[in-house]
Design a protein around this ligand. Structure first.
Ligand code: FDA
Length: 390
């Protein structure tokens, strides 16, 4: 065997296709009973397979330059061309996010058809027990016996959704071969509340706001927010969760389109007899407006508030003082932050600088995208980069 790929997910299959097309003899093994499980469950079953606006700025990594080369050489347009070649209908949902019209099964089918056309062998139900370096390459003990390969590609993904086959295998293998592994944590994940914050908001579960602005430090995202039984979720929370660590100051602007204090003063002039909760209920979900009034200030007719009071209320609305206590963790996270340190890898081929013939691609590497198709684009691009080199 020329190339053994561990992990038949997005990155592993892409790498196998590129290598197979170069007439390399390729075997892909996966311990799960089905390949591409995360592709199947992605995008609510419709796979948000890329983002037309993907640039290196949409990724988190200890080395923000690392992803540049692979992303520049395999672009969203390249993957779209593949999707179109297979006549898979797709649409843009918003903000450059492309989804299948029908089903994410079509993306897995497309990848497996390309593997077949490139003479790649793909084996599910085939875990890996041990990996040894040999003078010729690698000797790998799999559930189907010993496999010898010149190049070994680790595409075993991150830790999120263990019930779907996620494992820490790739990180252990990296350490075995002397690679540094940066601390991992769940990303693109709902945040939890505790204590009085949870008590105040837990019965709002299901209440949604279409546009808030979440901020941690200099990073901000404008998108929807959803209350859950244990905390807060929705795209604006998932996005900022990748930048948030326990103890960090999280700011949520509930009315990002206006300076809320001035707006309230204007409302007082226009509707002096209306109660504050009624006025807020016009721009926020009514149950949330009521809860904020109960908590912060009693709801009185607008004419009874002084400028300073409305200014204070406005400040709270533009920087909602909510403290997250943690995240929902890998059980529900879309991605794993951190992982194999890019310092030990070539940014053009993904090959180890320590062990010739060893490659790391996809989510196992310390490159993590935003929500919106960016993580698959990294899987395709890093898979293609390694597939051209193995
Ligand atoms: P991936 O996880 O795809 O593949 C790794 C493979 O390795 C798995 O098949 C696993 O079984 C196998 N494996 C693990 N350990 C092994 C071992 N010891 N031996 C053998 N095999 C092993 N991204 C995006 O861009 N758009 C989207 O719509 C979504 N949606 C989404 C929804 C949900 C619910 C989740 C959890 C994640 C997403 N993502 C996403 C993220 C995206 O799925 C993820 O970033 C990519 O699948 C990563 O691709 P990889 O190939 O690196 O890992």
């Amino acid at each position: 065997m020329d190339v053994l790929v561990i992990g038949a997910g997005a990155a592993g299959l892409m790498c196998a296709i590129a290598a197979g097309q170069r007439s390399r003899r390729v075997l892909v093994v996966d311990h799960a009973n089905k390949v591409g499980k995360k592709i199947l469950m992605s995008g609510g079953g419709r796979c948000n397979f890329t983002n037309t606006g993907a640039t290196p700025a949409n990724y988190l990594s200890a080395n923000p330059h690392f992803a540049k080369s692979a992303l520049a050489r395999y672009t969203p347009a390249d993957f779209i061309a593949l999707v179109e070649k297979h006549r898979i209908a797709y649409h843009e949902k918003e903000l450059g996010q492309l989804f299948c019209d029908d089903s994410s099964k079509q993306i897995v089918r497309m990848l497996l058809d390309e593997c077949a056309a490139a003479d790649v062998t793909v084996e599910a139900n085939c875990g890996v027990q041990r990996v040894r370096k040999t003078p010729e390459g690698f000797s790998v003990l799999t559930a189907r016996g010993e496999v010898h390969a010149e190049s070994l590609v680790v595409a075993s993904g991150g830790l999120s959704i263990p019930s779907m086959g996620a494992s820490g295998f790739g990180y252990e293998l990296a350490r075995q071969f002397g690679h540094a592994v940066l601390p991992m944590r769940a990303g693109l994940v709902p945040l939890t509340l505790s204590g009085k914050h949870q008590e105040h908001y837990q019965d709002l579960a299901g209440v949604a706001l279409p546009a808030v602005e979440t901020r941690v430090g200099k990073q901000s995202f404008r998108a929807g927010l959803l209350f859950t039984h244990r905390g807060i979720s929705g795209p604006a929370i998932l996005q900022i969760s990748s930048y948030w660590k326990p103890g960090d100051d999280l700011r949520i602007d509930l009315l990002p389109d206006q300076q809320a204090g001035e707006w309230l003063i204007g409302q007082r002039a226009a509707r002096p007899l209306a109660e504050l909760k009624t006025v807020l209920g016009d721009v926020l979900p009514k149950r949330l407006a009521q809860r904020l009034c109960e908590q912060w200030f009693e709801s009185r007719p607008m004419r009874q508030y002084r400028d300073a009071e409305l200014g204070q209320i406005g400040t709270q609305l533009n920087a909602w003082p909510i403290t997250a206590s943690g995240t929902e963790g890998y059980r529900t996270a879309e991605v794993t932050l951190g992982g194999v340190d890019t310092d030990g890898l070539s940014s053009s081929t993904m090959q180890s600088k320590l062990v010739p013939g060893l490659y790391f691609i996809g989510e196992v590497v310390d490159v993590t995208g935003w929500l919106g198709g960016y993580n698959f684009q990294w899987a395709w691009a890093s898979g293609q980069a390694a597939g051209e080199a193995v």
